[in-house]
Design a protein around this ligand. Structure first.
Ligand SMILES: Cc1cc2nc3c(=O)[nH]c(=O)nc-3n(C[C@H](O)[C@H](O)[C@H](O)COP(=O)(O)OP(=O)(O)OC[C@H]3O[C@@H](n4cnc5c(N)ncnc54)[C@H](O)[C@@H]3O)c2cc1C
Ligand SMILES: *[C@@H]1O[C@H](CO)[C@@H](O)[C@H](O)[C@H]1NC(C)=O
Ligand SMILES: *[C@@H]1O[C@H](CO)[C@@H](O)[C@H](O)[C@H]1NC(C)=O
Ligand SMILES: *[C@@H]1O[C@H](CO)[C@@H](O)[C@H](O)[C@H]1NC(C)=O
Ligand SMILES: *[C@@H]1O[C@H](CO)[C@@H](O)[C@H](O)[C@H]1NC(C)=O
Ligand SMILES: *[C@@H]1O[C@H](CO)[C@@H](O)[C@H](O)[C@H]1NC(C)=O
Ligand SMILES: *[C@@H]1O[C@H](CO)[C@@H](O)[C@H](O)[C@H]1NC(C)=O
Ligand SMILES: *[C@@H]1O[C@H](CO)[C@@H](O)[C@H](O)[C@H]1NC(C)=O
Length: 552
């Protein structure tokens, strides 16, 4: 009898799935050990990496940055394949680093003096450093002794930040009132600048409300040192490089999985298991995958890399994909406790009639009145009110970018281009109405009618990402929410059933393995987190088949 090769199916052709496939293939290809395939529900590879084009420029609809180049495996690949240079313009964000190019404007068009912005910015940075554990160990220890902030007491980053702001207001001496900012008082401006930084933090973490972002877990998150850069030839070049080693036919597009049947063991804590006949149809393989077109596939091992959003919907059985039997409670609870938010990018192309070559568009930071304030400009739509920045994707690009999170990001997905164009144009025109640069910033035409806004910001087209409503993602990236912890991320990574040392002859171990951004305890929410998770699960299978000694 010829023994069948173990069949390994990877669900999802994003960073995690293709890294796992690349590793399994390159580690064993000469031995032809496995029957390997990657099934992808969409019509393209890359998943949350979606390099596109807009207004002639290369842009990223999803993953954008290499978060620290020192030690990043993504940076290593990018260097190897020469992806960090390009003749074609890309989203390099070079204006970003120049603080002299940054202006902060409060609603109504009042440009803020650095003496108002800087102390609050410094305060915010200090508080975030504190959350992220970048403070002296002794200080943290003291805090712990005092039973202070954030140790297992459900404290959120949002409430910690606000405590910090209150303490700041309590400690500053009666400040001189500011003049020349219309109805804004100094305190309102300071609070507005603080809120602006909070809004940026919402897009970094995908926590639509920072009150739901866990304080304690924040210090477990790791970043690589070194600068943060974007990829000149596009993030997709990394994905293409990983996929390029796989033979034709390994990656199958348009293969959406709708049902995953598996065989739990008696000691799995699964509710309501009617133990199935261990033989699925005529196959001896324990997992049976059902696809949207009605076809099925049998497998020995399945590596699931779908987003946490898709898993959340799967355990609620409302996504068109589900597990049969249901996932064990420990796994399902981790899935439902962890946070998965929506972050979207909005690209806007300035109308060609607008002159901007002489002086490039500034890096604009925006300070809004609170949404309840009577002083707010009613023309500005609510979904624009948490937009922290507007910036060109490179120095003299006519394409501008803003980031959205939470409810506002979801709203963006439901609006049509016309509504977005008008809402964005109205908002930015208000902010820049009094702005004077050496050249007229946006509109070169000097208008004789003094009342008309010479700085009207007009866009000819917009492009937005839609991560929240796309059924293959249902959100953007994970965060540790209040009530959850790093332990839940570890639980996410556990395979089913476990490769149990105590039961070496247990039937069918490692039927379902979990990879993807949301399964990495310290690098969740990133492309390199997804990469590491793919490697981890590929190695788990290689180890199971004792392949590790053979390869490097
Ligand atoms: C707007 C945005 C900005 C970001 N910015 C950055 C950044 O600057 N730096 C950074 O490091 N990271 C960033 N990220 C996060 C990064 O993109 C992700 O962490 C990473 O790409 C996730 O990879 P993955 O393989 O875990 O998941 P995915 O890329 O989601 O791959 C999963 C795949 O599974 C497929 N799938 C889903 N359901 C099914 C099904 N039923 N059947 C078959 N296939 C299915 C999906 O189509 C998808 O291709 C950003 C993400 C977004 C959305
Ligand atoms: C873009 O502008 C900033 C300053 O405004 C400058 O530091 C940077 O070098 C410029 N980049 C390029 C590519 O010209
Ligand atoms: C910003 O401007 C100040 C004063 O003009 C100058 O000293 C400083 O070097 C500039 N910073 C950058 C990053 O160019
Ligand atoms: C934290 O919150 C959870 C549920 O939200 C609750 O069960 C638990 O008691 C809380 N813990 C503390 C220390 O407040
Ligand atoms: C999930 O929904 C499908 C139909 O959409 C149904 O056939 C299935 O029995 C449900 N599974 C569970 C566990 O509720
Ligand atoms: C703003 O201040 C002006 C006086 O400077 C006053 O007339 C106006 O009512 C104020 N607007 C609001 C919304 O408070
Ligand atoms: C940007 O500037 C460069 C060099 O100054 C020029 O070659 C290019 O055409 C400009 N691009 C745009 C979009 O204005
Ligand atoms: C990916 O990019 C294309 C544009 O190239 C866009 O149409 C699509 O909506 C993007 N996907 C998501 C989920 O944003």
């Amino acid at each position: 009898m010829v023994a069948k090769k173990p069949k390994i199916v990877i669900i999802g052709a994003g960073m995690a799935g293709l890294t796992a496939a690349n590793k399994l293939y390159t580690a064993t290809s000469s031995m032809d050990l496995f029957d390997l395939c990657v099934v992808e529900g969409g019509t393209r590879i890359g998943g949350r990496i979606n390099t596109s084009e807009f207004g002639g420029d290369r842009i990223e609809m999803g993953a954008t940055w290499i978060h620290g180049i020192c030690g990043s495996p993504i940076h290593n690949i990018a260097q190897e394949i020469h992806s960090l240079h390009s003749d074609k313009p890309w989203e390099c964000m070079d204006g970003n680093s120049d603080e002299n190019n940054t202006i902060t404007i409060a609603e109504g068009g009042y440009q803020l003096h650095p003496s108002i912005v800087e102390p609050v910015t410094k305060l915010f940075k200090n508080l975030m450093n504190h959350c992220q554990g970048k403070v002296l160990i002794e200080e943290k220890e003291k805090e712990k002794e005092k039973g202070g902030v954030g140790y297992g007491n459900n404290l959120s980053v949002g409430s910690f930040l606000r405590q910090g702001l209150d303490a700041y207001f309590g400690s500053v001496k009666e400040e001189e009132e500011v003049k020349g900012y219309g109805n804004w008082s100094r305190k309102m401006l300071e609070e507005g600048v603080f809120a602006m930084h909070e809004n940026t933090e919402r897009t970094y973490t995908s926590a639509g409300d920072l009150l739901s972002l866990d304080y304690g877990a924040e210090s477990e998150y790791r970043m690589f040192p070194g600068e943060e850069i974007t990829i000149a030839k596009g993030y997709l070049s990394i994905i293409e490089s990983l996929a390029s080693v796989l033979p034709q036919g390994v990656v199958q597009l348009g293969r959406k999985v709708t049902k995953i049947e598996w065989q739990p063991q008696k000691d799995d804590d699964v509710y309501d298991v009617e133990m199935k006949v261990l033989v699925n149809g005529c196959s001896s393989r324990p997992v049976k995958l059902h696809f949207c077109d009605g076809s099925v596939m049998h497998a020995d091992h399945v590596i699931i890399t779908v987003s946490l959003g898709v898993l959340k919907a799967a355990i609620d059985n409302d996504s068109g994909m589900f597990f049969c039997p249901s996932l064990p409670p420990s796994k399902a609870e981790a899935i439902s406790r962890l946070g998965f938010g929506v972050v979207n990018k909005l690209f806007m192309q300035l109308s060609p009639s607008i002159k901007h070559e002489k002086e490039h568009f500034p890096f604009l930071q925006m300070v809004f009145h609170s949404p309840e304030s009577e002083m707010r400009d009613k023309k500005i739509p609510w979904w624009m009110r948490k937009t922290a920045t507007l910036l060109p994707i490179y120095n003299n690009s006519s394409v501008l970018l803003s980031w959205f999170a939470g409810e506002e990001a979801l709203a963006l997905e439901s609006l049509n281009d016309e509504e977005i164009l008008n809402g964005a144009s109205t908002t930015f025109s208000t902010f820049l109405s009094h702005y004077k640069s050496h050249n007229t910033l946006c509109n070169g035409n000097v208008n004789s009618d003094k009342k008309s806004n010479q700085n009207e910001v007009k866009f000819s087209k917009v492009l937005k990402s839609k991560w929240g409503t796309d059924p293959l993602f249902l959100g953007s990236y994970s965060y540790v929410s209040v009530g959850s912890s790093g332990d839940d991320l570890d639980t996410m990574a556990e395979p089913l059933p476990k490769d149990n040392n105590f039961q070496p002859h247990a039937s069918f171990p490692l039927q379902i393995l979990f990879a993807g951004e949301a399964t990495h305890r310290t690098h969740y929410s990133t492309t390199h987190g997804a990469y590491f998770s793919g490697l981890r699960e590929a190695n788990r299978i290689l180890q199971h088949y004792h392949c590790v000694g053979i390869i490097n």
